[in-house]
Design a protein around this ligand. Structure first.
Ligand SMILES: [Zn+2]
Length: 306
C-alpha cells in the first residue's frame, strides 16, 4: 500500500464490514497501523504489505515538525493497534496525541534501535542548545535500522504474520543496501572540494556524515526554529566566499528564506529536495527509495556548479 495524503481507515472499515457479512471466510482482522509521516509510512508499507491497514498522519509535502494534529487524527490513533513514530523530537506532538486518543496499542519508535554512539547533535543556532538530530532516515544505513525495528514491532503486535514481516523486511533491506551503494557511487563523482550544499533547515547531518557532503542551513533541527538575522548574514557571506551554487528549497517548508538568501548571495535555487516528507503518489519522490534517487541526482547536479 502506498502512503497517500492523510489516508484514513475508511476503506479498512468498509472491508471489515463486508467480511462481517460473510463470517464463513473467517479472516483474521488486519492490524491497523498508524505512521506519523510519509517517509516512515513507506517503510512501514514495505514491511507490512497487505498484512496491515496503514494510515498516515502528516501527509505528502507536509511538515511534521510544525504539524497540528486534528480530532480526526485522534480517532485514527484511537482505532489503531500500532503507532509508529520517528522519535527524538521529530514529531513534538506525538505523545500528546497518543494521550489524547487514550492509545493503548504498541508504540514503535523507529530510531529506538540506533546505537547512541551514532547520534549526532544539531548545530548550535544562535544560543539554542544543541539537541540530537532526529533526521536519521537521511542516512540509508540508519533507514535500514528503522526497517528492522518496524519489522520487530509489527511481529510483536501481530505474531501470526511475524514470518511474513521478517521476510519482507529482509527483501527490502537488500534493496536499501543497493540504494546505499548507489548514493555513495553518485556522490563519489563530485570532487570533495565541491561537496557543499545549502538547504532550509538542518536535516542532513546524518546524510553529511554517511556520504561526505557539507550542508549549511539558516534554520536548526526543526523548521519551527527561527533563523536569526546574524545566522542568515553569516550564511550569505559563506555562500559568496565559497562560491556555493548548490542551494536547495525543501518540499515541505516555506521556500522564502532560502530564496532570499540565494538572491542576496547572487545565485539561484536548485530544484526541491524531499526532506521530511515524500511527494504525493505519482510524484518524483513517492517512496523512500525514489526520494533518495531524486535528492541525490539533484544534489550531484547542483554541486557540479560549485
Ligand atoms: Zn526536519
Amino acid at each position: 500500500m502506498r502512503p497517500t495524503t492523510r489516508r484514513r481507515f475508511g476503506a479498512a472499515l468498509a472491508i471489515g464490514g463486508a467480511w462481517a457479512a460473510l463470517p464463513a471466510f473467517g479472516q483474521q482482522k488486519k492490524p491497523k497501523v498508524v505512521a506519523s509521516f510519509t517517509i516512515l509510512a513507506d517503510l512501514v508499507a514495505m514491511v507490512g504489505g497487505d498484512r496491515i491497514e496503514l494510515a498516515t498522519l502528516v501527509g505528502a509535502d507536509k511538515d511534521a515538525h510544525s504539524y497540528e494534529p486534528t480530532a480526526g487524527d485522534s480517532r485514527t490513533v484511537a482505532a489503531a493497534q500500532v503507532l509508529v513514530t520517528n522519535g527524538l523530537g521529530f514529531e513534538p506532538w506525538a505523545d500528546r496525541l497518543a494521550r489524547a486518543a487514550s492509545f493503548r496499542g504498541r508504540r514503535v519508535v523507529a530510531t529506538s534501535d540506533v546505537p547512541r554512539e551514532r547520534y549526532l547533535a544539531g548545530e548550535q543556532h544562535h544560543g539554542a542548545a544543541a539537541a540530537t538530530d532526529p533526521h536519521m532516515f537521511q542516512d540509508v544505513a540508519l533507514g535500514r535500522r528503522y526497517v528492522a525495528t518496524i519489522a520487530k514491532g509489527l511481529a510483536e503486535a501481530d505474531p501470526a504474520a511475524a514470518q511474513d514481516y521478517r521476510q519482507r523486511a529482509e527483501a527490502y533491506d537488500k534493496r536499501l543496501a543497493d540504494l546505499d551503494a548507489w548514493v555513495r557511487q553518485q556522490i563519489d563523482t563530485v570532487p570533495a572540494t565541491k561537496r557543499r550544499v545549502i538547504t532550509g533547515h538542518d536535516a542532513f547531518h546524518y546524510f553529511a556524515r554517511a556520504y561526505g557532503v557539507t550542508f549549511r542551513a539558516p534554520q536548526g533541527l526543526s523548521t519551527a526554529q527561527e533563523a536569526s538575522a546574524r545566522d542568515v548574514a553569516t550564511l550569505i557571506q559563506q555562500i559568496r566566499r565559497e562560491g556555493i551554487r548548490a542551494i536547495f528549497i525543501e518540499n515541505m517548508s516555506n521556500p522564502k528564506l532560502v530564496e532570499q538568501i540565494a538572491r542576496e548571495a547572487g545565485g539561484g535555487v536548485g530544484p526541491e529536495l524531499y526532506v521530511d516528507a515524500l511527494s504525493p503518489a505519482g510524484g518524483p519522490a513517492d517512496t523512500y527509495e525514489k526520494m533518495f534517487r531524486h535528492n541525490v541526482t539533484a544534489l550531484v547536479a547542483g554541486m557540479a556548479k560549485n
